[in-house]
Design a protein around this ligand. Structure first.
Ligand SMILES: Cc1cc2nc3c(=O)[nH]c(=O)nc-3n(C[C@H](O)[C@H](O)[C@H](O)COP(=O)(O)OP(=O)(O)OC[C@H]3O[C@@H](n4cnc5c(N)ncnc54)[C@H](O)[C@@H]3O)c2cc1C
Length: 490
């Protein structure tokens, strides 16, 4: 109906591609400009020495039939023809005498927690009750609050009233405090594995609710295959993606966004401009710092209330089949030097559920360490030192892995290491953060309609517009953005 109207999208990550798909479905024409040679943004995977390193999905909300988010994945082809792997447990804390598993089966989980820590019975009851309440939560995937009428808002609140009640009860309590209610240290270590401890406690309930209701599995083929399906859907519907084509500037004429200046010097004009890259890239680079967004500025200036998430993602080739080990686990180590201090725990996962990710009989293992952007950024100013430190850290981690799991002895080779600097370089991620601002006891809900004050026909989308981000946030906001454009067109 509107195919003469052209939308230009800056960024071919999940958010940009989902926006593109809904634009085409709504009858607009769409072109995506992506700075990298491949689509997918932070949701990616790459090959090294015969292994495939999956760099993103360890849980994807929306894998359960009938749930609101599942409908979005279906509409965008993200799960077309794909089996969903449902891990038995979210994580395992390997203790000295006992192990603790966060089982997917809610009854098994409750029974196990009570066996491991009978003295925490009252808290375990409250935890499992809260998780149960959160299982019914459905986000408003089709419409953002600014497009809802009063009845739709009321309906949304009424439907989710139980969860909203629990959210307000736990919103001012950080996980770091909540975990102290449990006397058992294995339980509090498990919580640290599930969400960052600065986050409000309800984030923990959300995660466990999605996982224990089979609504957060892993699509087979992993992250790269997932985003390839989005790209295929977009192109199949008639969309165009131009790779290696960074957007340098949004062209604004008389307060209207009319086009994009690209890295090859060319200019592309369109009826609507959508940015689906990191908002910091948009404000600082594409808008040349000329427009300040109060909601984002407040967040950039207060890292306590609005923490970010980055990591060191260290991959290892293992000449052994690790399928008998838990897929995800954390354990105590002797202590290795990391960012100038000692760390005493290591969190690792393997990918034996994906036989094609490693040569036959071998396994891919990844160690995940929460990381400080400033530390790595400063180190990276000396490329040789940065390289040397990555290699030293990889060797130390491999040593700890071999010590903890005898099956790995003499069989673990460092393969690859991503740091916060990698995430910044790859996608322009603000301070290397591949998630949006976290929800903490000190944060306020983001009130943003994806527009920049003073510029018409410019729309911002992507995970940063739905804290704390993640793939569902990128996809939902992509759909919302097209709804806003269609409303403006009507
Ligand atoms: C280690 C790790 C684990 C993760 N685990 C999960 C998980 O288990 N579940 C989950 O839901 N999410 C997970 N995520 C988060 C997920 O990857 C992000 O939520 C998602 O990629 C956000 O999509 P987006 O499109 O909003 O942004 P991005 O993925 O950042 O995409 C933005 C795109 O814009 C492009 N771009 C930037 N600047 C320009 C420019 N000037 N011109 C043109 N293009 C530009 C970038 O190259 C990129 O392709 C994980 C991420 C990482 C790194």
């Amino acid at each position: 109906m509107h195919s003469e109207k052209k939308i230009l999208i800056a960024g071919g990550g999940p958010g940009g591609m989902v926006a593109g798909i809904y634009a085409l479905k709504a009858g607009l024409s769409a072109v995506i400009f992506e700075k990298n040679p491949v689509s997918g943004g932070e949701c990616t995977g790459w090959n090294r020495n015969g292994y495939h390193i999956d760099g993103c999905i360890h849980w994807l909300v929306g894998t359960k039939e009938g749930r609101a988010m599942n409908r979005i994945w279906k509409e965008t082809g993200a799960l077309d023809g794909v089996e969903i792997y449902q891990p038995e447990s979210f994580t395992a804390v390997l203790g000295e005498k006992t192990d603790l598993r966060i089982w997917r089966d809610p009854d098994r989980l409750k029974k196990h927690l009570l066996e491991v820590s009978p003295q925490d019975e009252a808290e375990i009851e409250e935890l499992t009750d809260s998780v149960k309440a959160f299982r019914s939560f459905e986000p408003s995937v089709d419409k953002p609050a600014d497009l809802m009428n009063i009845f739709e808002k009321f309906k949304f609140l009424f439907k989710n009233r139980k969860v909203i009640g629990k959210m307000s009860k736990y919103s001012r309590l950080p996980v770091s405090e909540y975990k102290k209610r449990f006397t058992n240290k294995l339980i509090s270590t498990a919580f640290d594995q599930i969400v960052p401890e600065k986050y409000s406690t309800y984030s923990l309930f959300f995660t466990l609710a999605a996982f224990t209701s089979n609504n957060a599995g892993i699509p087979s083929g992993g992250s790269r295959a997932f985003t390839q399906r989005l790209e295929d859907k977009f192109v199949g519907l008639g969309g165009e993606i131009r790779f290696n084509n960074a957007v340098e500037e949004i062209i604004i004429e008389n307060g209207i966004a009319t086009g994009l200046r690209l890295s090859d010097g060319s200019v592309e004009t369109g009826d609507f401009i959508v940015t689906a890259c990191d908002p910091a890239v948009v404000f600082n680079r594409l808008l040349k710092g000329n427009f300040v967004d109060d909601e984002f500025q407040k967040r950039y200036e207060n890292s306590k209330a609005y923490p970010l998430q980055s990591c060191v993602y260290a991959s290892f080739a293992v000449d052994a089949d690790l399928s008998s080990l838990p897929g995800n686990c954390i354990f105590a180590i002797d202590g290795i030097e990391f960012e100038g201090r000692k760390i005493n725990k290591l969190s690792v996962k393997h990918f034996c559920h994906e036989p094609s990710f490693s040569p036959a009989g071998r396994s891919l293992m990844v160690a995940y360490l929460d990381a400080d952007y400033d530390w790595w950024k400063s180190l990276n100013s000396d490329k040789e030192l940065y390289k040397k430190e990555k290699s030293r850290l990889a060797k130390d981690i491999a040593g700890q892995l071999e010590q903890r799991f005898p099956i790995l002895a003499g069989k673990t080779e460092p393969l690859d290491m991503a740091t916060p600097v990698t995430y910044e370089r790859w996608c322009g991620a603000y301070r290397g953060s591949w998630l949006a601002f976290g929800n903490t006891p000190y944060s306020e809900p983001l009130r943003h309609n994806g527009r920049v004050n003073g510029i018409e026909r410019l729309y911002m989308t992507g995970q940063w517009f739905m804290p704390p981000g993640g793939l569902p946030a990128a996809a939902i906001t992509g759909k919302w953005t097209i709804k806003r454009i269609m409303k403006d067109l009507s």
